[in-house]
Design a protein around this ligand. Structure first.
Ligand SMILES: [Zn+2]
Length: 250
């Protein structure tokens, strides 16, 4: 049987050297979701695959589907994001977002929008002079939305009452104070923070990043987003611990 080659673009989110200059790659692709692929000889000197298979390289890949792994037949670099490696903090943000994506996104179709958001996030991590902690929260919320885990923000998720001031990651959205008392879950959310979460979840990908928060509201947003991630994703990311260390948070 002749297998057809697949052409798709994607970002190398993990890269491990194996024997004989070969690489094992995890690639977040437009058409296949997150896949694992081998690249023969790619870590060798002046190999034709070297540039396109570097860590965080965004490339056009031609892949051969194998039984367990894809094989990189050829690749052409589109954007390197190389400047990320020159700054410890920016690199730490990017590494965590790459890890989070690699852990939660499967080999699946329909990742075009999330990949586009991932690329926007990486552009901001590489070049933007603004607050990167906000960028991280936006990506995390949008990723949860992609996974079908966006919180419900219209009314109390337990009783449907409209005025709510409590956010519960475990219950998947807002709670009124009565239901909070009964369920024993959730923490208060400010109007400004709730507005920020709503803005992110209702905006298209580029506009989602276009807002500013005071330091207090950003800290609050980080806590709620972290609550959501730990409610749904049962994994401790070393890269997140490292990022928090770099940011002086722990
Ligand atoms: Zn309620």
């Amino acid at each position: 049987m002749i297998m057809e080659l697949i052409k798709t673009s994607g970002v190398v989110i993990r890269r491990t050297k194996v024997k004989d200059n070969d690489l094992m790659l995890t690639i977040f692709t437009k058409d296949l979701g997150v896949i694992r692929a081998s690249a023969r000889g790619a870590s060798g000197f002046k190999n034709r695959l070297t540039a396109g298979t570097a860590l965080f390289a965004y490339s056009e890949f031609v892949l051969y589907p194998g039984r367990e792994l894809y094989k990189v037949n050829s690749c052409e670099l589109i954007e390197s994001f190389y400047s990320l490696t020159a700054n410890i903090e920016r690199l730490a943000f990017a590494t965590y977002i790459a890890d989070l994506t690699g852990y939660t996104v499967q080999e699946e179709a329909g990742c075009e929008r999330l990949l586009s958001l991932f690329l926007n996030t990486f552009y901001l991590f590489a070049k933007w002079g603004g607050e990167l902690r906000t960028v991280k929260c936006v990506y995390e919320l949008k990723l949860l939305e992609h996974l079908g885990l966006a919180p419900c923000l219209t009314a109390c998720v337990a009783c449907g009452r409209e005025e709510t001031a409590v956010f519960s990651a475990e219950e998947g959205g807002l709670l009124c104070e009565t239901c909070q008392g009964e369920l024993g879950s959730g923490r208060r959310i400010s109007a400004a923070c709730l507005d920020a979460v709503r803005h992110v979840l209702t905006s298209d990908d580029k506009r989602a990043f276009a807002f500013r928060l005071s330091t207090d509201v950003l800290e609050e947003l980080e806590i709620h987003v972290a609550d959501l991630l730990s409610a749904y994703i049962d994994h401790d990311f070393y890269s997140l611990t490292y990022l928090n260390t770099v940011l002086g948070k722990q």
